[in-house]
Design a binder for this molecule. Structure first.
Ligand SMILES: [Zn+2]
Length: 392
């Protein structure tokens, strides 16, 4: 991944480079959900600390108890669900069938729900922000999960608000009007404002998104990478990695797919850096797979034998970001080339350092001063990747 490092408040620091990580390694191993590098909780189910320790208790803040109940109910529907508390009595809850936490209306990939508990509103109000359902009945089930969660502290949230642009059903009334009718005990405030901000067009429909997508395709071609495998995603991807929460800028998957996460503030230059980094991961995966499948002493083993753990560990990284991976390494011995670094040491010093070499070469040009060992290793990976792709 090419991270926009961010802390738990989601601030972004754009000079650092996040990580790819869990999803890829886990796909690679064929095991289930991606996991955090430093947390035993599978990534999508990571429970916010404030809920984990206080949410379920009888003496917890009422909004915490309600958020915990709603989140629990949504997980009961098989959804990934996450609650995030803000200052002053606001809590946002997001749930989705996708670990990417997609909730956008009209999205074809995943169902989801986003809501806000606004205790500071007068009266305290549950605001439904976004809902998308690809499965008959799931929309209503998600609403039921949320509304019944309010029962954790009965009477606190009596008002429910929604800006209703939902489709009209057979009787001419909109979907939300039917839903509201099913919960007459609550005071429903239903507006129909076409310009309401939560219904602004998805990023994927804007001109800037289309321009960035075209630019990304062009860059992929320039890197000699199949543009069909590179997509610009309108989703925001948050992952926990190296003990921090990151807003990822990009991700490389073991099957060669690369996703860059759209950010209107991302310059074309930064997008190019991000793509260079992710493509290098993808090439590394190709060679790693062949290397692991090969017998001891095979041509790949012979070619890469000189890049020993001791040699690479002595060199460490080529950037702040790659050095963070060296610092975070917790394996019993130094990381080995083409090993499952994340599994063994909780970070990926070698994989990331090579990706950072690619990024530096793109960013600064071929004259950039880079440790010659890493530069040679990166070239060897690319050559072998090309050979393997050509079947030669
Ligand atoms: Zn990376």
């Amino acid at each position: 991944m090419f991270p926009n490092s961010a802390n738990s408040q989601d601030e972004t620091r754009d000079s650092r480079h996040c990580e790819r990580g869990e999803a890829i390694q886990r796909d690679w191993l064929g095991s289930g959900l991606p996991r955090c590098a430093r947390d035993d909780a599978p990534f999508p189910f990571r429970f916010p600390r404030w809920l984990r320790f206080r949410g379920a208790g009888k003496d917890s803040a009422p909004i915490d108890a309600i958020a915990a109940a709603i989140t629990c109910n949504l997980r009961g529907l098989g959804l990934h669900a996450r609650a995030k508390k803000y200052r002053d009595g606001f809590c946002e809850i997001v749930a989705s069938t996708s670990p990417k936490m997609i909730t956008l209306p009209h999205n074809a990939e995943a169902s989801g729900l986003a809501l806000l508990l606004a205790q500071k509103y007068d009266p305290p109000t549950l605001v439904f922000e976004e809902i998308n359902s690809l499965k008959p009945g799931l929309g209503r089930a998600m609403i039921a999960a949320a509304v019944s969660g309010l029962g954790a502290r009965p009477g606190l949230f009596q008002r429910i608000r929604v800006n209703d642009l939902s489709r009209r059903l057979h009787d001419g009334r909109r979907w939300w009007e039917h839903v509201a009718g099913a919960y007459p005990a609550f005071e429903w405030v239903v507006t129909h404002d076409e310009d309401f901000q939560t219904h602004k067009p998805p990023a994927a429909e804007t001109d800037e998104f289309a321009r960035k997508r075209a630019k990304l395709q062009q860059l992929a071609g320039e890197f000699g990478y199949d543009p069909a495998k590179v997509t610009l995603s309108p989703q925001k991807r948050v992952c926990d990695y190296l003990g921090q929460s990151f807003t990822a800028e990009g991700e490389a998957f073991c099957d060669g797919r690369i996703e860059i996460y759209y950010d209107p503030a991302m310059s074309d230059a930064r997008m190019g850096c991000c793509l260079a980094h992710e493509i290098q991961h993808a090439r590394y995966f190709v060679v790693r797979e062949a290397y692991i499948a090969e017998a001891e002493g095979g041509p790949l083993h012979r070619r890469f034998a000189k890049f020993t753990s001791e040699l690479l560990a002595a060199r460490r990284g080529v950037s702040d970001y790659s050095n963070e991976h060296w610092d975070a390494w917790r394996g019993a011995a130094s990381p080995a080339l083409f090993s499952m670094e994340l599994e063994e040491g909780g970070s990926e010093p070698i994989n990331e350092t090579i990706a950072e070499v690619a990024k530096a070469l793109y960013n600064w040009g071929p004259e950039v001063r880079i440790d010659p060992v890493w530069k040679e290793l990166r070239e060897a990976v690319d050559e072998e990747c090309e050979r393997l792709a050509g079947g030669g």
